[in-house]
Design a protein around this ligand. Structure first.
Ligand SMILES: Nc1ncnc2c1ncn2[C@@H]1O[C@H](COP(=O)(O)OP(=O)(O)OP(=O)(O)O)[C@@H](O)[C@H]1O
Length: 258
């Protein structure tokens, strides 16, 4: 089974925007404290075959611990998105077990699956912002949908927008932003409910080198306050610059790189 290496978890950040976020995080969300190094994601002998016969994953074993930052690399069609889809319950394994937060996803349906998804932030390559809503509204929308009180929404918005460097663009609409800024809105939206896990599927796929590195730096900051980050990418240069553990998919099979 592939296990990513131990790293320290939850230290007090020096960056003021991080301190804001960290305080929101520590007051609200429930990272279980009993054993913070427990695995938060576990795949055991997972195979995924789509209805058309495409074999996307073959006997994949993976364990990710709380506080890890893991890159999943591999060529187009190797199964990266499928792996993440299994983790947020958008697809189910054909064989094997997928556990997230100690819950076996195969057992979950309906409300229980929705509740688990609230504890997983997801960022996509194409941002998926709501065009007719401002930056602030796009981010607040997630909290509104989860029934947060207006005051709590207001309390969370500013530290989250500061964290991604967009507090001065809160009233802009998505089409008034650059691609990099739109991706940062989508990260803000994914983390505003302070999920313990953030999954990012090719978040830099549409961005130039500078914007890609900015996105990675934000993900690193989030990881520094205790969020477990799993990110897929084609970009070897980013992986090398980032210096985090890497697994590689090749025709649906998973290999440990470092
Ligand atoms: N909904 C689907 N139905 C049928 N086959 C699918 C489906 N989604 C993905 N596949 C197939 O599963 C395999 C893995 O696809 P996946 O999207 O996970 O790869 P990927 O590594 O994320 O690729 P890319 O880097 O191009 O996004 C591919 O052969 C793909 O064609």
């Amino acid at each position: 089974m592939t296990t990513v290496s131990d790293r320290p978890l939850m230290h007090t950040p020096r960056d003021p925007s991080l301190r804001d976020l960290s305080s929101v995080q520590s007051r609200i969300h429930t990272i279980p404290t009993a054993n913070p190094r427990d695995s938060i994601v576990r795949l055991q002998q997972v195979t995924k075959v789509y209805a058309n016969g495409s074999r996307a994953l073959e006997n994949v074993n993976l364990q990710v611990r709380r506080g890890d930052f893991l890159f999943v690399t591999g060529p187009s069609g190797s199964g990266k998105s499928t792996l993440l889809k299994l983790l947020y319950g958008a697809e189910r394994p054909t064989q094997g077990q997928v556990q997230v937060h100690d819950t076996n996803l195969s057992d979950l349906r309906g409300d229980r699956l929705s509740m688990l998804r609230r504890r997983i932030g997801v960022v996509f390559q194409d941002y998926k912002l709501i065009p007719r809503r401002t930056v602030a509204e796009n981010v607040a929308f997630v909290l509104q949908a989860q029934g947060y009180a207006r005051r709590e929404i207001q309390r969370r918005l500013l530290p989250t927008l500061k964290m991604v460097g967009l507090h001065d663009k809160a009233e802009r609409f998505p089409d008034e932003l650059s691609g990099g800024e739109q991706q940062r809105v989508s990260i803000a939206r994914a983390i505003v409910s302070t999920p313990p896990i953030l999954l990012a599927d090719e978040p830099t796929g549409n961005l130039d080198a500078d914007n890609s590195w900015q996105v990675i730096k934000i993900l690193k900051k989030l990881n520094a306050v205790g969020i477990t980050v799993i990110i897929t990418t084609h970009d070897d240069r980013l992986v090398r610059m980032s210096n985090h553990p890497v697994v590689q998919l090749c025709n649906g099979r998973l290999f440990h790189v470092n």
